[in-house]
Design a protein around this ligand. Structure first.
Ligand SMILES: Cc1ncc(COP(=O)(O)O)c(C=O)c1O
Length: 456
């Protein structure tokens, strides 16, 4: 296949002419042209191999042969909408239901994470008869108009906050108001949600839902303190709303210990709605909403059909089933635990060596779980000022060293690791060795008063 049929410069020129600059490139100053990928590796037009540390969509590995074959074989037989009886959709819903707590037993299939969250919003509003939403600060829940409205990460740069949206602080025990030395940050942060709800109610507003990523990712690879979600759910339910867990970035075994990241919050916690995307189809556009019977029944009572042309097609469901089969057969959930723990240990050693590494793990909490890991880069231990420019410099140097990483968090200073789940112990060693060498070189340069070529 002639994926590299024109020079990189020509591709860039054509892209700049034809594709909106709102659709951004990684490394805009020197974009990478990727022509193929396999497992945890991506290859450019010159054949150079990059270790992919960020692609949580290629969940079981880029172009996994089992997933590719499943799509191809089903494509040869039938691909149509879900208005016909077909075994794939029911087999798939059954398999997903086996991974979830019993009450989450009704499924809708869609094409993207945004579609899933938009449907979750509709479900919540129909079920509760309320309109308003509580979200966490810095959250991102998708690109549809409805979701930009509930994504502080986006709406802060656009029209601002709508009157039906209420923002609660991120339960960030490294940078937030309640930190690692607080006796009960879960309760303290949940009380913030209670306060936000009460203040909305005082203005006559009624809460339909609380939306949160089970582990806020754009917010900076945050791991909410255990027990926080149950407490929040109590406050939200009391206000007549439902709890929506966005698992679009973090579900499907990424956290290792559990299949779903919300399960880190304790076995008694069950969201009312769970949304899935990205990793669910390993790159094929698949998404899903799981909810309870009462929520689904309220939506059905409107008498309006939910129709989605491509959602739940035999091909999408074959792909989804193949992803679950690979996860199971290759034991990738257990693999995420062992490789993730090893990587975190290596990163912890970097924290001891390099003062710029602020938070990987502190005695009472961790900045990572399974293959979802954040490294918070700071200018200074006392103030924890985000080392934004340094983080951008590091990412660009890592790219020169064939490692693809990026940053997250409001200060864009959190290095995020969320690689394909086949990321290996050897990959962890290689990446941290490169990180170490670049940090050492940076420190050398700062000591000898050389200017670093920072990019923002
Ligand atoms: C947490 C979260 N929710 C929803 C979405 C939207 O998913 P999609 O881009 O598939 O529409 C994203 C995408 O980045 C996301 O990170």
């Amino acid at each position: 296949m002639a994926a590299d049929r024109r020079s990189k410069a020509d591709t860039l020129a054509l892209r700049q002419r034809l594709i909106s600059s709102s659709c951004r490139l990684f490394f805009p100053e020197d974009p990478v042209k990727i022509v193929r990928a396999q497992g945890q590796y991506m290859y450019d037009e010159q054949g150079a191999e990059y270790i992919d540390c960020i692609n949580n969509v290629a969940h079981v590995g880029h172009c996994h042969p089992v997933v590719v074959r499943a799509a191809h074989e089903q494509n040869q037989v039938l691909n149509t909408n879900s208005r016909y009886l077909h075994d794939n959709i029911v087999d798939y819903a059954q398999r997903l239901s086996e991974t979830l707590p019993e009450p989450l037993c009704v499924f809708y299939f869609l094409n993207s994470g945004s579609e899933a969250n938009d449907l979750a919003l509709r479900l919540a509003r129909h079920y509760t008869g309320h309109q308003d939403v509580v979200v966490l600060d810095h959250a991102y829940h998708g690109h549809l108009s409805s979701l930009i409205d509930i994504s502080p990460y986006k709406f802060r740069n656009l029209d601002g906050q709508k009157e039906w949206v209420h923002v609660a602080p991120l339960p960030d025990t490294y940078r937030g108001p309640y930190r690692e030395d607080h006796p009960n940050p879960a309760v303290a942060y949940a009380n913030e949600v209670k306060r936000v709800v009460s203040s909305a109610q005082e203005k006559g507003r009624k809460i339909a839902a609380f939306f949160a990523e089970s582990l806020p990712s754009v917010g900076g690879q945050i791991i909410p303190p255990a027990g926080y979600f149950s407490q929040v759910a109590e406050h939200i339910h009391k206000a007549g709303g439902v709890f929506v867990a966005d698992e679009i970035q973090v579900g499907f075994g990424r956290v290792g210990k559990h299949f779903w990241a919300f399960q880190l919050q304790g076995k008694d916690f069950v969201p009312d709605i769970v949304t899935m995307g990205k990793s669910i189809g390993n790159g094929h556009p698949v998404a899903c909403v799981a909810t309870t019977q009462p929520v689904a029944r309220a939506f059905e009572a409107t008498g309006v059909e939910y129709f989605n042309t491509f959602g739940g097609s035999p091909v999408s469901c074959a792909v989804g089933l193949a992803v679950l089969n690979v996860l199971e057969k290759e034991q990738l959930q257990a693999h995420a635990t062992s490789v993730g723990s090893f990587l975190m240990e290596l990163l912890r050693q970097q924290k001891i060596k390099h003062p710029i590494v602020g938070d990987v793990s502190l005695p009472r909490r961790h900045r990572g779980v399974g293959l979802f890991i954040g490294v918070d880069l700071i200018k200074d231990e006392a103030t924890r000022t985000p080392a934004t420019e340094e983080a951008a410099y590091l990412v660009s140097r890592l790219k020169e060293n064939y490692v693809l990483l990026s940053t997250d968090g409001p200060g864009r200073n959190i290095l995020k690791f969320k690689p394909p789940m086949c990321f290996s112990l050897d990959n962890a060693r290689q990446v941290v060795a490169k990180l170490d060498a670049i940090l050492t070189d940076m420190e050398e340069k700062v000591r000898s008063c050389q200017t670093l070529r920072f990019q923002l």
